[in-house]
Design a protein around this ligand. Structure first.
Ligand SMILES: C[S@@+](CC[C@H](N)C(=O)[O-])C[C@H]1O[C@@H](n2cnc3c(N)ncnc32)[C@H](O)[C@@H]1O
Length: 423
């Protein structure tokens, strides 16, 4: 069967593939995660699956949960949630957004007041001497002013003495990134305009932290989230899926890393260091080594090939044009990526119950001027692992990113699609 993408407006309208709509919603807005998808997509998947299975309380799995849009939307809609995420910082974000409200607002407010009353308000940070975290000899640009780093360290230390530390830590991470001299921009951190004149200090950090905590405390009232089972695994989905019981999941919703050489452990490096999830580059490398093989930042030294002939042929075609590639490891990355996804589809199939659905959003790619219809290839792979295809719906056209190296290649139009299957 020929697999094609169609443009069905009911899906393009309902299933927002980006995070922006989440930023106006309780709990979702606690941390901006640009690479996340919209809650509406998960809601539509819940509605359609509930209807087709004749079941109200679904168990929903996201093997690449990122900032937790899927588990949070699942819980907000009376469903159970299972989430897997390899990046310890992102796993913390998702978990924290799903913590139930345990007390009245008064208790949280008094903890917040206690944190803000503690002295000192600045403590020396180990990161002051590390890489480009702060100004030092040899750095022409730095991510944080010294006062911001020290203000962060002081608040961090005081927060660790509180009972509901996760809420406050999340508010602090979001505040410190607002007080950074750089912002996330696609695959990199870009310095803000006139960054050196912005003069962020511990004072702004404390003000933004205070505001963020107030938002969290008021959201706990609006969205208490006291029902629904939730399980969070921190680690590699390829391994963690093996821990789930067969036939225990009703709906799988996710967006895997795209085949676009975007390394999440790189983009979220400041948070990983600030939160002490890693202390040096070798610890960062350990996390990177467990990520899906969708980038060339880590050399896996593998010759793994997928079973899919379509995937293998595309990798071979790209390899034949290797003189046009910006990295010689790209054909190997393509093979390894589809291998990893074969494993994800076979494992999710095993843990899903009869009639369960799988919904995923993915973008297409292009290397050496060759379009890689990742959405269609993954749809094909999913069917080879047992899933029955419902459809591939293109959601939007994408800008061609820096995967491309010359103007000819820039003409390749990429798209982002929603793929749906059932068991
Ligand atoms: C596109 S993002 C998911 C965003 C999510 N849908 C949201 O709305 O927040 C893909 C996520 O997959 C994670 N990831 C990469 N490799 C992984 C692996 N081997 N196991 C589990 N998660 C992984 C990345 O860290 C990233 O957070």
């Amino acid at each position: 069967m020929q697999i094609e993408a169609s443009w069905d407006h009911s899906y393009t309208d309902d299933c927002t593939p980006n995070f922006s709509t989440n930023m106006g919603l309780p709990r979702h807005r606690w941390y901006e995660f640009k690479e996340g998808f919209g809650h509406t997509l998960v809601e539509r998947a819940i509605n359609e699956t509930s209807l087709s299975m004749g079941k109200e309380h679904l168990t929903i799995l996201d093997p690449f949960s990122g900032s937790g849009t899927t588990p949070l939307t699942a819980l907000q809609n009376g469903c159970g949630a299972i989430a897997i995420e390899v990046n310890p910082f992102m796993s913390f974000v998702g978990r924290t957004k799903c913590i139930e409200k345990a007390h009245s607002a008064k208790i949280y407010i008094s903890e917040l007041e206690w944190i803000l009353s503690q002295k000192p308000v600045e403590i020396e940070s180990k990161l002051e001497d590390y890489s480009t975290f702060c100004s030092k000899d040899g750095n022409t640009k730095w991510l944080f002013n010294r006062s911001v780093l020290r203000g962060f360290e002081a608040l961090y230390k005081h927060i660790l003495n509180t009972a509901h530390r996760d809420f406050f830590l999340l508010a602090l991470y979001s505040a410190v990134m607002e007080c950074s001299n750089a912002r996330k921009d696609g695959k990199c951190l870009r310095y803000k305009k006139n960054w050196d004149l912005l003069a962020f200090s511990s004072k702004e950090l404390r003000e933004i932290f205070h505001k963020n905590c107030q938002t969290i405390i008021s959201d706990l009232d609006d969205s208490p989230l006291n029902n629904g089972e939730r399980i969070f695994y921190e680690g590699d989905a390829r391994e963690k899926l093996g821990l789930l019981k067969n036939n225990s999941v009703d709906l799988v919703v996710f967006s895997p890393p795209y085949l676009n050489s975007f390394d999440y452990s790189d983009v979220y490096r400041p948070e990983l260091f600030l939160g002490k999830y890693v202390n040096d580059n070798s610890e960062l490398r350990r996390i990177r080594g467990k990520t899906l093989r969708s980038h060339v930042q880590y050399k896996w030294m593998t010759s793994d090939k997928p079973q899919s002939t379509w995937a293998k042929n595309i990798a071979a075609q790209v390899s034949d044009n290797s003189d046009k590639l910006w990295d010689k490891g790209i054909p190997q990355m393509i093979n390894a990526y589809f291998c990893d996804m074969e494993k994800i589809f076979s494992e999710t199939y095993k843990v899903s119950s009869k009639g369960a659905q799988i919904w995923f959003v993915v973008g297409t790619s292009s290397y050496a001027g060759i379009e890689i219809p990742v959405d269609l290839i993954l749809a094909d792979i999913a069917t080879k692992q047992g899933w029955s295809l419902i459809g591939v719906n293109a959601l939007r056209k994408l800008r061609t990113s820096s995967q491309c190296i010359n103007d000819d290649i820039r003409k390749v139009r990429l798209r982002e699609s929603l793929v749906m299957c059932h068991k």
